[in-house]
Design a protein around this ligand. Structure first.
Ligand SMILES: [Zn+2]
Length: 104
């Protein structure tokens, strides 16, 4: 096990975890419930963390993280190819029908 990423919050941690799992990387979120004690412990310890099961997955995990961060910088909307609904560009799945918006 190897610490890979200090998340901003639980949502951030699980978004990355989901992307890693999609890429076939086994990872875990730790510290997700300790934010209530921020102030009592160093922030580095209190934030949710994403850990990789296998250290050798790190190069691929770095690529997944870079793609996620690139997605965050996207603005505007993406139109669902299946149902035609507009979705925020940061969404992976259509809010309306659940189709994968990242398929190109
Ligand atoms: Zn849709």
């Amino acid at each position: 096990m190897e610490r890979f990423y200090n998340a901003f919050n639980r949502f951030d941690a699980y978004l990355l975890l989901h992307r890693l799992q999609q890429a076939g990387i086994t990872a875990h979120v730790f510290n997700e419930h300790v934010q209530s004690i921020v102030g009592d412990v160093p922030p580095d310890v209190a934030q949710p963390q994403v850990w990789l099961e296998r250290a050798r997955d790190r190069p691929q995990a770095e690529a997944v993280l870079a793609a996620l961060q690139a997605d965050r910088r996207k603005t505007g909307s993406v139109r669902c190819r299946k149902c035609g609904e507009d979705n925020p560009a940061t969404f992976d799945l259509c809010w309306h029908c659940g189709a994968d918006l990242q398929v190109s």
